[in-house]
Design a protein around this ligand. Structure first.
Ligand code: C2G
Length: 132
């Protein structure tokens, strides 16, 4: 039986930490589906408009070799629906989300992967804009 893995993220200012989590997520199954968070979701939940638009972020993630399918994640509250819609057997998230999605363990396996140290979109934005 083929195993579908699903993961979610903004993937703004795409960096190697994003790539590593996608590679490790793909290694846990046969098919990787990635939910890329909508611009409106980011603005609403994080108070920041992404540097790259959702169409650009979606195109970047879709072009990655380990990724089989992408979609726009419109709301954090729709995770259950997305897991069911894509028939996911495994939900993967970085461990900055550890424990936050344990309620989905009744639907699928839930795995939190350690983040790649010392790199983040926020740090990159600060570095590029010369504020650090
Ligand atoms: N990540 C990582 N190492 C880093 C930076 C990020 O492993 N140094 C992982 C995060 O843990 C996450 C993924 O890369 O699993 C995407 O990170 P973000 O774009 O910051 O995603 P986020 O905004 O946390 O997701 O439903 C969740 C939402 O879509 C938001």
């Amino acid at each position: 039986m083929s195993r579908t893995v699903i993961t979610f993220g903004t993937f703004d200012v795409f960096h190697v930490g994003h790539l590593r989590v996608i590679e490790r997520a793909a290694a846990l199954g046969d098919r990787l589906v990635v939910g890329v968070s909508a611009d409106a979701l980011n603005e609403r939940k994080k108070g920041r408009v992404p540097v790259f638009s959702q169409a650009e972020r979606l195109a970047i993630v879709a072009a990655l070799k380990p990724v089989d399918e992408v979609f726009v994640e419109e709301s954090l509250e729709l995770k259950r629906d997305y897991i069911q819609q894509f028939g996911a057997d495994v939900l993967v998230m970085g461990d900055d989300w550890a424990g936050r999605f344990d309620e989905f363990k009744e639907l699928c396996e839930v795995v939190y992967l350690p983040r790649t140290p010392a790199i983040s979109t926020t740090a990159l934005i600060e570095k590029i804009s010369g504020t650090v």
